[in-house]
Design a protein around this ligand. Sequence first.
Ligand code: COA
Length: 319
Amino acid sequence: MASIPFLPEISLQNSKFEYLWAAKIVLFLGLNGTKRRVLHNRKTDFIRILFTFAFYKDKVKMSYQNLLYFVEQGLVTITINRPDKLNALNALTVKEIGAAVAAANADSSVKVIIITGAGEKSFVAGADIGEFEGLSEQQAMSLATTGQEVFKSIENSPKPVIAAVNGFALGGGCELAMSCHLRIASDNARFGQPEVKLGLIPAYGGTQRLTRLIGRTKALELMITTDMINAQQALELGLLNYVVPQAELMNKCKEIAVKIMAQAPLAVAGVIQCVNDFANGEEGFQSEIKVFGYCFTTADNKEGVAAFKEKRTPVFKGK
Ligand code: COA
């Protein structure tokens, strides 16, 4: 990814051709008038640079630390980019997802948003457990509040958001996918809410959205056993719209996006709003925040997180 220092917040896609032109633009903008004239004494050079920049303008991506943001023909693809941590959601990544979705909604050229994970193994393997250690009850509640706010901003986005689930969607990853309007998964995807294994509960809206999407019988089973299910099982439970081979995942998402883009955007937004209004119980979300905060006062939470880090089975004492 090549950043252009003179144009903060903007960088071009990573291809040799684009690097070349990014370098030319940087060079041009960075030079003073005399040197510019020496290096770019042909007017055509300058015009070519401007035209090239204008041509790539619709593909430029916002600059994020943990996300890739790519716009093309009305479709934004947001890729969570921490593959060495299986794209686990640390606080910064959650914040950046909120900012990226807001940016896509503010861009009048954008019609549909896709959210996916970098690599072929994981969509998102949950909230970043490494950031859980030592959190106070208040800090945990604040974490859950921010997570819920960002995921609600996805659910309430007037532009449809498609989750392209390309591997593990666990904990916060499953919650992220559930906050999207459509979910399309590759055949290697795995879903689960393993939080109770860490002495926690799903608190980015998971207890509410999973129950709404697949019903309380299966939702409770999955959350209190921490069983992981495969893509086919998730499809059968109503958690997914489609399952496709991994190589076809993005094409399938784009195919659906193109169908949506042909519709009236305000009517599409209206459908989203009405569907969201259907049984939008706020109390459950508030309970999640309180119980999540309480979890951080328990010894079992500390034991669960320590056991994960030490790669051993936790020993819970119910305290
Ligand atoms: N938070 C922080 N780091 C995570 C993570 C998470 N939720 N999930 C995975 N990682 C990290 C691992 O610690 C490991 O980092 P390391 O190489 O520095 O040790 C790296 O990602 C690869 O994960 P690893 O466990 O080695 O891969 P695996 O293929 O053996 O197992 C999972 C994959 C998804 C089954 C396993 O990583 C896991 O159970 N993750 C936690 C899932 C979870 O509980 N999510 C809910 C959190 S609230």
